[in-house]
Design a protein around this ligand. Structure first.
Ligand code: SAH
Length: 392
């Protein structure tokens, strides 16, 4: 008998709306002792089978739906086809970049699986028991894509702890990755160190923002705060910025920023290694002004419980940035905390502008690019929001 997870009465509603998550509180019983990562049937309290899910006994997020069709089996062919279909949907990006997120977890119907392509290498993150269970099938599917020579695992994300899974990194298929992988996006080159870098190595999700920086940088002085490896700095410099300052607390990230400048034959500019909260204060105290400020902090709220504290941090940063903005300047400000809604973020930034006594107008909004889709049935996939603000 196939193991079956039976929902509490009423809890089938979200499943019927094609939402993929089942929390422990919604589960009435689990028959058949499924192992971590095993596929279970999902049934309403009436016994009606609603679909199939991966089971994660150690997690509050107890099951993630693979399919909402009672008759579909989850097997090698099924998982392979989901991965290949997701990758095929990115083909439109190939015209201007060789780096893209091929698989975005639940948003692509492959719960827990993230796969990012950098040239001939694919970096995978398996963030759930269900994803872990299908490691080999996912690796084979990705390795079968045209031009892929290496599939490398970077499953060292915090999410695995919540599922009682150990971190795992290393080669899954093909040749050991080159010491340096260089990607090309819209004619600019970036070095991606995915074996030790952050995320899977490059902030693919900021692609739309990179285009905006290219449009607005000309003749401006630029402060790129939370620069990481200076993607925005390189674009600004390559598009006519007069001076660029990159600020990050990570020395290796700034080394990467110098490398990226070299790769594109642009000035690396000033580098400030330090805590942005302190360094922005120092710049303010020195009465510095910039024509374009980019604020792209890491996820400041990891959980719902941290939203209030994160909100204060966003306010602090944006207040400092508003004060550092030259007349007519542009502030591009971001939050990648899923728990902070676009509406709340805008309110926080409005409060910061008010306290800084600056009039700021929204001249653009930014969110995730097309390779980080948000299904209408799964709004949780939306996490990145940005405002492009223009000062008087
Ligand atoms: N804008 C970058 C991505 C930024 S990721 C890009 O487009 O590539 C966030 C960055 O913030 C990381 O590089 C991290 O090292 C840095 N960081 C985290 N906390 C910081 C702090 N308190 N002060 C300065 N930098 C910080």
């Amino acid at each position: 008998m196939e193991p079956t997870l039976v929902l509490r009465p009423g809890r089938e509603k979200s499943v019927r709306r094609l939402h993929p998550w089942i929390f422990s509180g919604g589960v009435a019983s689990v028959d058949g002792q499924p192992a971590a990562g095993a596929t279970v049937r999902v049934a309403a309290s009436t016994g009606e089978v609603l679909g199939r899910a991966s089971y994660a006994p150690a997690s509050q997020l107890r099951a993630r739906l693979w399919t909402f069709d009672a008759d579909t089996e989850v097997d090698d062919a099924f998982v392979t086809s989901r991965v290949l279909a997701a990758a095929a949907r990115r083909s439109n990006l190939a015209g201007f970049t060789d780096a893209a997120r091929l698989v975005f977890s639940e948003a692509d119907g492959v719960p827990g699986v993230i796969a990012d392509r950098y040239g001939d290498t694919v970096v995978v993150q398996l963030g759930s028991a269900g994803a872990d269970r299908w490691r080999e099938v996912v690796a084979d599917a990705l390795f079968s894509l045209p031009g892929v020579r290496c599939v490398y695992e970077r499953s060292d994300v915090d999410a695995r702890q919540r599922e009682d899974l150990p971190p795992r990194t290393g080669l899954l298929r093909g040749d050991e990755p080159a010491a340096e992988t260089i990607i090309t996006e819209r004619g600019l080159r970036y070095s991606v160190g995915f074996t030790e870098g952050q995320k899977t190595g490059f902030y693919l999700d900021q692609r739309n923002a990179r285009s905006v920086v290219a449009e607005v940088a000309r003749d401006r002085t630029v402060l790129n705060a939370f620069s990481y490896t200076g993607a925005f700095s390189v674009i600004a410099a390559a598009n006519g910025a007069t001076a660029v300052t990159s600020l990050d607390s990570s020395g290796p990230a700034l080394t990467g920023a110098r490398r990226n400048a070299d790769l594109n034959g642009v000035e690396a500019g000033e580098m400030i290694e330090g805590d942005a909260f302190a360094e922005l204060r120092t710049l303010r105290d020195r009465a510095k002004q910039y024509d374009l400020i980019i604020l792209d902090p890491p996820k400041l709220a990891q959980t719902e419980a941290q939203v209030a504290r994160a909100t204060r941090a966003y306010k602090d940063l944006n207040l400092l940035a508003a004060k550092l903005l030259a007349p007519g300047g542009i502030l591009m400000t971001f939050s990648c905390s899923g728990g902070v809604s676009a509406e709340l973020f805008q309110k926080v930034v409005a409060g910061a502008a008010l306290d800084a006594k600056r009039n700021l107008r929204i001249v653009g909004r930014l969110d995730q690019p097309s390779d980080h889709p948000v299904p209408l049935s799964f709004p949780e996939a939306a996490y990145l929001k940005g405002l492009v603000l223009e000062a008087d």
